[in-house]
Design a protein around this ligand. Structure first.
Ligand code: ACO
Length: 323
């Protein structure tokens, strides 16, 4: 069985909602500015005692339920996250324990910031295609609001927390048609948290390790890179843009999404949009949007869906999926 296909999806958002009006009480901003510049009206924020692996568990359980499988039948877990619970073990191992899955299957994290889920999907697909796994749990989960400087109005309005999951299974037909993964570390300083375990660890210990971003540079690069990735994906599969039923883009900014939809000639009603309600949940954004559109009946079995994402690194990529 040389392919993988999606057999279940799940999503989870923390209970607490932070609206633009709430933010306007904390910083010098307005609902009007945030909506017109980003399309975001609200975002979800994890409770203090809620960790990334806890969000991941909720999304995973929903995906497992929708796939109608037993937890024990999973033989690979990949969690894409930039905001792991701990330095180690991997969030995937913490999740494995939370799921009480003790069959010894491989479990590891992927760090590609907002492109993390697309990377994880690409890796899981390759595991399955080469016989290394038969049923993979693939997750994007973030408590991104923990690395946000809540006094920086240029960045704090953009992000939220959440988790999205997919179950992939070996299949005779695709499934995952192709994935296209890219990075260029030359742009690392345009979007980063300039501290970690081996550099500026004091900032981490003092709770001062925050996301920094050159917003307009990120914006320009993202539109261009994603446009090229769409062309690459269509060319690799000898497909025309008219054959794509749904675009499930990374939910960073409605203006980036609109630019991409325009390039694909995609009417607005064929683009899954959650950025208005979720903000940018980094690696969780694409699987959360995919799950929402599956559950409300928009994405149907047999349809062709283009997933794309862009994030710090820079990293970017796409996945073409026959659902
Ligand atoms: N409220 C009010 N005014 C604001 C706010 C705010 N929340 N934020 C910025 N401004 C002001 C700035 O202070 C500035 O005013 P000034 O010139 O008087 O100082 C003005 O608005 C313009 O600021 P810019 O930062 O230049 O605004 P820009 O046009 O670049 O828009 C935005 C900012 C919306 C963030 C845009 O750059 C963007 O969306 N970029 C892409 C971001 C993105 O997608 N990031 C995620 C990538 S994925 C990942 O890996 C995390």
């Amino acid at each position: 069985m040389p392919f993988s296909r999606v057999i279940g999806t799940g999503g989870y958002l923390p209970e607490k909602v932070l609206t633009n009006a709430d933010l306007a009480k904390l910083i010098d901003t307005s609902d009007e500015w945030i909506v017109s510049m980003t399309g975001i009206s609200q975002r979800h924020v994890a409770a203090e005692n809620e960790s990334t692996s806890m969000l991941a568990e909720q999304a995973a359980r929903r995906a497992i339920e929708s796939a109608g499988i037993s937890v024990e039948s999973i033989d690979l877990i990949i969690v894409a996250t930039t905001t792991p619970d701990q330095v180690f073990p991997a969030t995937a191992c913490l999740l494995q324990d939370k799921l009480n899955l003790h069959n010894g299957c491989a479990a590891f994290d992927i760090q590609a910031v907002c492109t993390g889920f697309v990377y994880a999907l690409g890796v899981a697909d390759k595991f399955i295609r080469t016989g290394g796994a038969t049923r993979a749990l693939v997750i994007g989960a973030e408590t991104f609001t923990r690395i946000i400087d809540w006094t920086d109005r240029r960045t704090c309005v953009l992000f939220g927390d959440g988790a999205g999951a997919m179950i992939l299974e070996a299949a005779d037909e695709p499934g995952i048609i192709s994935t296209h993964l890219h990075a260029d570390g030359k742009y690392r300083e345009l979007l980063h948290v300039p501290a970690g375990v081996s550099t500026a660890y004091d900032d981490v210990l003092n709770g001062e390790a925050y996301l920094e971003m050159q917003g307009s540079e990120v914006f320009k690069f993202a539109v261009n890179a994603l446009g090229k990735t769409v062309d690459e994906t269509l060319a690799a599969n000898n497909m025309d843009q008219s054959e794509i039923d749904w675009l499930v883009p990374h939910q960073a900014n409605i203006r980036i999404i609109n630019a991409l939809a325009k390039k694909l000639n995609m009417p607005r009603e064929r683009v899954v949009i959650t950025v208005n309600r979720h903000g940018n949940t980094s690696a969780a954004s694409v699987p959360l949007a995919f799950d929402e559109a599956v559950r409300d009946g928009r994405i149907q079995r047999g349809q062709t869906v283009l997933l794309e994402a862009f994030g710090g690194g820079f990293t970017w990529g796409s996945a073409l999926v026959k659902y």
